[in-house]
Design a protein around this ligand. Structure first.
Ligand SMILES: [Zn+2]
Ligand SMILES: [Zn+2]
Length: 293
């Protein structure tokens, strides 16, 4: 059985696993993208674009195995998208592995910074943005670019539009649909003010700490605490939200009860946990009465 859990979020299929300090990887197979590589489970090998949120081992350990396995099974070189300051160390790691394995590993390490879009395919980009965790941490939004007719030309017939176009009139405008945003590890930060983040239809966001006495640990490690969630939810009013990066010491049922206490009922309906197995994967139910402690 696969370690990864098969989920739907905002109309997207996601395959993921995320336990803080252990492994985080989320694959969006229909879009040929994954967010973090974890320990390189087999589902990430055919994915051509790996977006690494940061260099912590639980998110990035599988990068060399990913490149190596692609060669081994006859796939073309994959691409790892990562903060520019990490591109060189990862390249060095690849070179060392080439020495160890005795043959070069093909693969592209693509360094990016805040708001430097990377084209995944025609009409589909990944947009990195700075988050608030380690120095070289990035979140990523998966954005579809569409062209639509400008409102002022809505009543025109086909031949009229063709004529306008041949006269050099711009009859279309570009719109963006933000399919998914993945924050990676982060505390609250300015990224929640970015328009494209706020327009996301789906949000994968970490929430590592749940107990009141862990608030300072969340702050020190620059992670989100459950008490931060209302701010996150108000920043993304349209998004379906999936929480990641719970520690293995945190009982998921307890975490759910705490989330129920912290969020408004209307918000609870759009929040779920990645690590909840599909059979029980329903939106977090609104509690009927006071929650047990
Ligand atoms: Zn982590
Ligand atoms: Zn981290």
């Amino acid at each position: 059985m696969s370690r990864l859990i098969d989920k739907q979020l905002g109309g997207l299929r996601l395959l993921g696993f995320s336990v803080a300090g252990e492994e985080t990887v989320v694959v969006a197979p229909e879009y040929n993208v994954c967010f973090d590589v974890g320990r390189a489970p087999r589902e990430v090998i055919p994915i051509d674009n790996v977006c690494l949120t940061h260099g912590h081992m639980d998110h990035s350990a599988g990068v060399a195995y990913y490149f190596s396995q692609r060669g081994f099974v006859g796939l073309g070189p994959g691409r790892v998208i990562v903060h520019r300051s990490l591109a060189q160390p990862i390249q060095k790691l690849m070179d060392i592995w080439s020495d160890i394995e005795g043959h070069p590993a093909a693969g592209q390490v693509h360094g990016v910074d805040h708001l430097e879009d990377v084209e995944i395919r025609r009409g589909l980009v990944i947009r990195p943005f700075t988050v608030n965790h380690s120095r070289s941490s990035l979140g990523y939004s998966l954005i579809e670019r569409r062209h639509k007719l400008k409102a002022e030309f809505a009543g025109k017939s086909g031949p009229q539009l063709v004529a306008l176009k041949s006269d050099g009139v711009q009859i279309e405008e570009r719109t963006e649909v933000v399919l998914l945003t993945c924050t990676g590890d982060t505390a609250l930060g300015r990224f929640l003010e970015l328009d494209f983040v706020r327009q996301s239809r789906a949000l994968l966001v970490e929430c590592t700490f749940y107990e009141a006495e862990h608030a300072s640990r969340a702050r020190d490690g620059r992670h989100l605490h459950v008490d931060d969630l209302p701010k996150v939810l108000s920043a993304v009013p349209e998004a379906q939200i999936m929480l990641t990066h719970v520690t293995h010491r945190t009982d998921l049922r307890l975490a759910k009860r705490i989330v129920q206490r912290v969020l408004k009922p209307a918000d609870l309906e759009r929040v779920s946990f990645l690590m909840e197995r599909p059979l029980r994967a329903m939106p977090i139910a609104v509690p009927a009465g006071p929650s047990p402690n």
